[in-house]
Design a protein around this ligand. Sequence first.
Ligand SMILES: Cc1cc2nc3c(=O)[nH]c(=O)nc-3n(C[C@H](O)[C@H](O)[C@H](O)COP(=O)(O)O)c2cc1C
Length: 374
Amino acid sequence: MAQPALFTSFRMRDVTLANRIVVSPMGMHSAVDGVAGDWHLMHLGQFAVSGVGLVITEAVAVEPRGRVSRCCLGLWNDSQVEGLKRVLGFCRQHGNARFGIQLNHSGRKGSVGTSWEGQKAVAPADGGWELLGPSALAYPGRNLPKVMDKGDIAQAIADFAGAATRADKAGFDLIELHAAHGYLLHNFLSPITNRRDDDYGGSADNRMRFVLEVFDAVRAAFPAGKAIGVRVSATDWIEGGWNEAETVALSRKLAERGCDYMCVSSGGIAPEQKITVRPLYQVPFAEQVRTEAGIPTMAIGLITQAADANAIVGEGKADLVALARGMLYNPRWAWHAAEALGAEADFPVQYDRAHPSMRDSAAFNFYRERKAEG
Ligand SMILES: Cc1cc2nc3c(=O)[nH]c(=O)nc-3n(C[C@H](O)[C@H](O)[C@H](O)COP(=O)(O)O)c2cc1C
């Protein structure tokens, strides 16, 4: 019997995912000095045994000023590598999901409290830090960024590459570069935040330059058999902002450079964005990038139903489907989707007695035999 599209495998370079279901990056604001601890062990560990194909960590800062809050994960030193190595080792010991890491620099949106503290700006005098950005334009209510000079740009590129090397040491299969949601890479892409008049600003090609240079440096630093994707905001949802056509153009350039997928999100650059949020509202962006730029895409945003996720893949709108809040609410989402679609998702042996086929012992024996055969 043919597997439903959502449960077919997907390969990027040497990385094969068992199915198309992805746990989307979610900031936990629970690290100390950027080092992963027991919360991350529990949080990522539960997804390792959840039957999904790929789990992507929260946004991990490539340098201290690149954190969103003081409690973000970081990857600029060896203790941070060790922390993530411990978490990944634990996940791999018990589960079969593949693991990606999202690398980020928070740009003009950094130095805020945690989400449960309301993400209010923290001034340098109160333990916050200097922000960086392409131009001296503050996100309303937050600290004013320092305008990055050529030296700062070169340093940021080196920071991303250094973090990519450490991500490999920690054992990740995949890197996702965070170029969405109003953080540094997006700050360069968008004319709302980038008012430079040098070769990193002005024309769309110039605004894309920093992201492409970061991509090239990260690609060079990460083993050729491992995958790299980029998360973008397809549109700023603001008149005169970054838009879908520019997203397609950027995706084409990234595809030519060996990018393995685009995760197509939207918004986040400034509060004046006008978005009508509804189920599947970002899927058309993933479809447009996939069709027009010829690169695999990951759809994200208010995808909660198994039938919808299966149709997104089956109808060629995206290659991968990511869920964030739906996974926090129901970390066994993939099991339920498998049952609804008549497929199998990875199920740890220790939990076999909860498998749907256990409801009928003859079917359970059949399931056990099939599992034993591999
Ligand atoms: C708690 C939480 C933390 C998040 N942190 C990140 C993050 O670190 N990086 C990122 O790209 N998106 C982040 N997001 C956005 C999600 O990855 C996702 O794009 C968004 O929630 C929409 O998907 P959903 O409707 O399935 O939740 C976060 C979302 C949540 C709920």
